[in-house]
Design a protein around this ligand. Structure first.
Ligand SMILES: Cc1cc2nc3c(=O)[nH]c(=O)nc-3n(C[C@H](O)[C@H](O)[C@H](O)COP(=O)(O)OP(=O)(O)OC[C@H]3O[C@@H](n4cnc5c(N)ncnc54)[C@H](O)[C@@H]3O)c2cc1C
Length: 343
């Protein structure tokens, strides 16, 4: 384990904003994680866990120890010929693992293809796309406690996975380092094709011959058309969560905006489309020189080149204010805001 100082993180961040870490270390094993935590404790350093850097916005430099998870390994723990339990080290690239699972004929992850980032972050916000979330395939995860170095296994219930949520983003924020995640996969799992334009993409394939890989290829094609590639245009995917409101509030909004897209949830709640709220507040394609709102996806804020995290955050705040003024809805960022309290 080698701690480096004054490390430029920008190439590890999908937003490509400037950000230095006063201390930085890459960890490959559980023992490395414990050593890094001990180092931070002894030197009174704040810590920040970094995976693929695709769901973060640094507002400024990080005065502390950034621990980048680089552990590798995919282990089949159970295989009854149809169903499997597969444990994956936190530093594995998510999309690479999805492709590997499809190569092996393991179903369940196809709708989650091409989501950037590492395995360890997948339960953090219960990643989801095209009608599937991690909680649908989650078995357990193991994490190391920051304060004690102890390893604990968390089951599905303990992780409290919800819409872009988990216990690790709320009650246990900053307390655990996720070191591996186990998924339940199924060679014969039902294909989920009703979401978005997947059906259109697979219309040429005979329904009886449709495979998990066909669905993944459809998802990859749609995502490539719809979302900017962070290697070309800095971004962190959807910047805001889709807001969830009470049915009564939705009904009064609907009177003024009958076309408002919505999705009825259980418990008298309604999910609204943040992208629509932002677009109809006039922000789609908004340009502020170095940064702005994507021209085709109002939910995606972009760094055209040379923007700072603070500039992008300032734009995000302006958008939140304008949506609040127009619709009385408070948008919440989906992207993790990394802001040192000292500055
Ligand atoms: C173009 C694009 C498209 C996207 N599409 C989607 C999508 O469809 N659905 C979706 O849900 N998300 C999407 N995202 C967001 C992002 O890809 C996911 O949230 C991803 O899981 C983040 O992984 P990461 O390794 O990059 O996490 P990072 O950005 O490195 O970290 C995210 C958070 O998790 C914490 N963290 C990371 N690893 C660990 C660990 N091992 N232990 C403890 N804490 C940890 C970090 O401290 C941080 O708070 C998209 C992003 C981009 C850029």
């Amino acid at each position: 384990m080698k701690v480096e100082t004054h490390v430029d993180l920008s190439s590890s961040l999908s937003f490509h904003v400037p950000a230095l870490a006063t201390h930085y270390v890459q960890v490959d094993t559980d023992e490395d994680v414990r050593d890094a935590l001990l180092y931070a404790q002894r030197n009174r350093l704040e810590i920040l866990i970094l995976g693929g850097g695709s769901n973060m916005l640094f507002h400024n430099d990080f005065q502390g120890l950034v621990i980048q998870i680089n552990s590798k390994g995919i282990h089949v723990l159970i295989d009854d010929g149809r169903r499997l339990e597969v444990a994956v080290e936190a530093g594995e690239d998510w999309h690479e693992f999805v492709l590997k699972s499809l190569e092996n004929g393991w179903g369940g992850l196809e709708n989650l293809a091409l989501i950037p980032g590492c395995v360890g972050a997948t339960p953090m916000q219960n990643i989801g796309a095209y009608g599937v979330e991690i909680k649908d395939v989650f078995s357990w995860l193991e994490a190391i406690e920051v304060s004690t170095g102890l390893l604990k296994r968390f089951n599905l219930k303990e992780c409290k996975l919800g819409y872009r949520e988990s216990v690790f983003k709320r009650e246990l924020k900053g307390e655990w380092v996720i070191v591996r995640v186990a998924y339940r996969l199924d060679r014969e799992s039902t294909l989920k094709t009703s979401y978005g334009s997947i059906e259109n993409e697979i219309s040429d394939i005979n329904k009886n011959e449709l495979t998990h890989l066909d669905v993944a290829n459809a998802v990859i094609k749609i995502r490539n058309q719809k979302l900017p590639n962070p290697n070309v245009l800095g971004n962190a995917g959807s910047f805001f969560k889709n807001p969830i409101v009470k049915e009564a509030d939705f009904n009064s909004l609907k009177e003024g905006y009958p076309d408002m897209p919505h999705y009825i949830l259980e418990g008298g709640l309604v999910k609204l489309a943040a992208g629509w709220l932002i677009e109809t507040s006039g922000w789609k394609g908004h340009h502020r020189g170095t940064h702005g709102v994507h021209e085709h996806q109002a939910l995606v804020l972009v760094n055209h080149g040379g923007a700072t995290g603070q500039e992008i955050w300032s734009l995000a705040q302006d958008i939140m204010l304008s949506v609040k003024e127009k619709y009385s809805i408070q948008l919440e960022p989906e992207v993790n805001q990394i802001s040192m309290s000292t500055t």
